[in-house]
Design a binder for this molecule. Structure first.
Ligand SMILES: [Zn+2]
Length: 505
């Protein structure tokens, strides 16, 4: 039995300093005398929206071809429907075996079908700026035909000696982790690709629980091939605290008769916030007449998916009070009379429909702009958040004719980490639990924002020194924090370091 792991995604070197890059891994498994290739995720990250951007961060296909050396991929497994995990799937088409399947949860399948079309349409719409399309229509159609949905958490068989457990990962609706079990004779190894994950409960989804005991990585050669390090760059406020703060501000603003604009992702976060605001409106009679608006076809479509499809841990959202703003014309006429109330508009970093809202309202002090998650450098969100009051900012647009607008920032602004990734200490504690350490045996009162030395917390006699953890899906600063925190406990590999990317496990 031999197992290799190739990190295809992420970023390397200086590009990794501030950005995360897309998620993608290739694993090569030889068992019972047969070798097979499996891909986990194939994402796409648009380069920051500047005018000279002509690229996507994605899997390097020449590198993939060189590794495969003429062999073909048997299975693709997709952890969840965020663009940086599924957006580049069509590019894999030439490398797939004729009978290759793309496996994901039922919710992820429904979301992918929508999102990949959306990527193509958006690319076509802004082709004038970006020049190149990430993929063409035909491979997209073939990829969609290969999708296979798994309806509940459980085990599937890939090849002789290879089984995979799909287990809920929290994060967003439909997200899962993949636990590979490779067995031959008396040898059994587990290799886990955890995907984006969160252990905290969110509005739309429960936190990830531990998999059944026989799937814990208790064997000396069991490996976590990818650990979500997204939140490792700094310790972030706890999700529940951020939720309270966000809702508190949102209620204050509308009670002052002002307009509250929530800049948010269209996958689940917009719907979660619409649900939360609707709930407040019903609980507080002074808010009864405050409208909850949601902007955009994508938010609406994804709401429909969430209503009709559920996967383990998905929670029901009540969006019956939401008033929808659909289409560019609809938005324009809505904006003529939007004086007070809540509106949720994609996208998270402040491009997409959000540009129209900035254009109209950024210079008005009666406006409150809430960014609801991480805001990357080089985006409108970053420029607006970091501007002094009255400072002129120049916006990047999402359509060729809209970019470059200079506006004086008068609106009140705030950022909330209403995030879907676990905090960095939670990620370490979960890692130890996955290796079979009972978290109750760690120091009593261990908090999720612990920042001491994790090695000191382990029960006496614990030896995990043979275990390996792949630190992935984080910026260099995040990966460094995880590396330091796990030093002396397990062996680690970092996605941003060329030497660590290809390994026999
Ligand atoms: Zn994600």
């Amino acid at each position: 039995m031999r197992i290799w792991r190739y990190i295809l995604g992420g970023l390397v070197g200086s590009a990794a300093y501030n950005r995360i890059g897309p998620s993608s891994y290739l694993t090569r498994i030889t068992v019972h005398g047969t070798t097979s290739w499996h891909v986990i995720d194939c994402g796409l990250e648009p380069v920051p929206y500047t005018f000279d951007a002509r690229e996507w961060y994605a899997v390097n296909l020449e590198e993939l071809a060189a590794i495969l050396h003429g062999e073909r991929i048997s299975t693709v497994l997709v952890t969840h429907a965020h663009l940086d995990h599924c957006g580049y799937l069509p590019a894999l088409e030439p490398f797939l075996r004729d009978d290759a399947k793309i496996i994901c949860t039922s919710v992820t399948k429904e979301l992918i079908e929508y999102i990949l079309h959306d990527v193509l349409m958006q690319s076509l719409a802004r082709g004038g700026i970006l020049g190149e399309l990430p993929f063409q229509t035909l491979p997209l159609v073939r990829i969609l035909q290969r999708l296979v949905a798994v309806d509940t958490p459980g085990v599937i068989s890939l090849e002789k000696g290879i089984r995979v457990l799909l287990w809920p990962a929290g994060h967003i609706n439909g997200a899962c982790s993949f636990f590979f079990e490779i067995s031959e004779g008396s040898v059994r190894r587990i290799v886990a690709y955890l995907g984006d994950s969160s252990v905290h409960r969110q509005t739309s989804v429960e936190g990830a629980s531990l998999p059944p005991d026989q799937w814990l990585l208790k064997g000396r050669h069991d490996v976590i091939a990818s650990l979500d390090c997204t939140n490792g760059g700094e310790e972030i406020a706890l999700w529940e605290d951020e939720r309270q703060r966000l809702l508190h501000d949102a209620m204050r603003v509308v009670k002052e008769g002002r307009r509250w604009i929530g800049i948010t992702f269209s996958i689940v976060r917009a719907q979660s916030l619409a649900h939360e605001l609707s709930l407040r409106k019903r609980q507080d009679s002074t808010l009864r007449n405050i409208p909850v608006y949601a902007d955009g076809v994508s938010v609406r479509r994804i709401s429909e998916v969430l209503k009709n499809f559920s996967w383990a841990g998905g929670r029901t959202l009540d969006l019956s009070d939401v008033e929808w703003i659909i289409g560019y014309r609809g938005r324009r006429s809505f904006m003529r009379n939007f004086e007070s109330g809540w509106v949720l508009t994609p996208s998270g970093m402040g491009h997409g429909p959000a540009v129209d809202y900035f254009t109209r309202y950024l210079e008005d002090p009666a406006t409150f702009i809430a960014f609801t998650g991480f805001v990357a450098q080089g985006t409108n969100g970053h420029r607006i958040l970091n501007a002094q009051n009255g400072e002129i900012v120049r916006l990047g647009g999402n359509r060729g004719d809209e970019g470059g607008l200079a506006l004086s920032v008068r609106a009140e602004r705030a950022m909330y980490r209403f995030g879907a990734h676990q905090s960095r200490s939670e990620a370490i504690i979960r890692t130890l639990e996955l290796f079979g350490i009972d978290s109750r045996s760690l120091v009593p009162g261990l908090r999720s924002d612990f920042s001491g030395n994790f090695q000191d917390l382990l029960p006496p006699g614990t030896d995990l020194s043979e275990r390996q953890v792949g630190l992935t899906h984080g910026s260099t600063r995040a990966l460094q924090w995880f590396e330091k925190s796990l030093a002396g406990i397990v062996k680690t590999a970092r996605a941003d370091q060329e030497d660590d990317r290809y390994r026999e496990l």
